[in-house]
Ligand binder design. Sequence first.
Ligand code: SF4
Length: 79
Amino acid sequence: MTTNKMIKSDCELASECTFFHTFNQRKSIAWQGFLNVYCKAGVSFLCERRKYQFETGCQPSANLMPTGRLVPPALAALP
Ligand code: SF4
């Protein structure tokens, strides 16, 4: 299993999404699972970042999670 493998996204905003680009190489199960659910598993329509960008034309800060909350310190500390 390659631990340095980047997760590819099915979300049409992934190429410009600062959250995705900032965190998609994190290796912990928490990060990999989180990114897989929102960015790859076809539920990107639930992403609050995506909704915000479509509504405003602007992208939120990189540390805003798809849930609409800021990345908590405990999650940020994980690889
Ligand atoms: S965080 Fe949201 S906007 Fe960014 S790639 Fe994932 S689903 Fe798309």
